[in-house]
Design a protein around this ligand. Structure first.
Ligand code: FES
Length: 137
């Protein structure tokens, strides 16, 4: 394995994340919202996760959130679109006001914010095996 990648992975604390948020923002072709709206929501999300200490591993609250700016989540209407895993909850129209509610209610209190809910779809759990091409046995 690439040592730099492992170092970065450890710095990011990826082995400890509890939720992963994807937000459609800074799109190459803005469709679900304007470019400015997407960036405003993205900057708000980043700032609030940092202010609340949710952007790093923590036992109190036990809520470490990893965020990813997605170029397009392929819904392309009613954005900005935001997706949270592992729950598989899709939100629409996530302005900064909506993001604040999602942080307070969903991330910190495990409540879906139905006012902005687009879809709830848990991904099926799968059992994975690790195989190695270098394994001669
Ligand atoms: S442009 Fe936002 S979902 Fe496609």
């Amino acid at each position: 394995m690439n040592q730099e990648a492992i170092t970065n992975l450890e710095k990011l604390g990826l082995q400890k994340i509890q939720r992963h948020i994807f937000l459609c923002a800074d799109q190459t072709k803005p469709k679900c919202c304007s470019h400015e709206e997407g960036l405003e929501s993205w900057n708000y999300l980043k700032r609030r996760l940092k202010e609340l200490g949710l952007d790093q591993p923590s036992a109190d609250p036990p809520c470490f959130v990893f965020r990813t700016k997605a170029n397009c989540l392929r819904v392309c209407e009613g954005g900005p679109i935001l997706l949270i895993y592992p729950e598989g909850v899709w939100y629409q129209k996530v302005t900064p006001i909506a993001i604040e509610r999602i942080i307070q209610e969903h991330l910190l209190n495990n409540q879906i914010v139905t006012d902005y809910l687009l879809l709830r779809h848990d991904l099926p759990h799968s059992e994975l095996n690790i195989t190695s091409q270098n394994d001669d046995s």
